[in-house]
Ligand binder design. Structure first.
Ligand code: THU
Length: 130
């Protein structure tokens, strides 16, 4: 699947968002190596810090469904600019998906693609637990 197409799915995934407190809709579309996609939005609770970002929601759903190999994740928000993944999501993307393509799509449907490792230099990981 093309990055642009995955980005458009991330825009669609915003419909799954439940941003009760921030009203900031984020959508994520995660692509497996076999071509399956998992769509999710951010979900907020009254205990704000228990919010789950769209990216982590999509990744945890995919992992729970048994997926282990991924090729890209796309992220979209309602702002005109790109929505870069937060720090926590960068850790989770790199740890659970590997050095995949992170596709950000803006309000003009333009895309910006970065590698997960590029977004989290000197990352802590499994290799550091020994
Ligand atoms: N959010 C995401 O879902 N992904 C990001 O990468 C950035 C932030 C959500 C969390 C919260 O629900 C809202 O956006 C505002 O921070």
């Amino acid at each position: 699947m093309e990055h642009k197409e995955l980005g458009l799915l991330a825009i669609k995934a915003k419909e799954k968002s439940v941003p009760t407190y921030s009203n900031f809709h984020v959508g994520a579309a995660l692509l497996t190596e076999e071509g399956k996609t998992y769509l999710a939005g951010n979900i907020e609770t009254s205990s704000y810090s228990l919010t789950i970002c769209a990216e982590r929601n999509a990744i945890f759903q995919a992992i729970t469904a048994g997926e282990r190999k991924f090729s890209a994740i796309a992220i979209a928000s309602d702002t005109p600019g790109y929505c870069p993944p937060c720090g926590a999501c960068r850790q989770v993307i790199l740890d659970l998906c590997g050095d995949i393509d992170v596709v950000m799509i803006n309000g003009k449907n333009e895309i910006l693609v970065k590698k997960a490792a590029e977004l989290l230099p000197l990352a802590f990981g499994n290799k550091d637990l020994v």
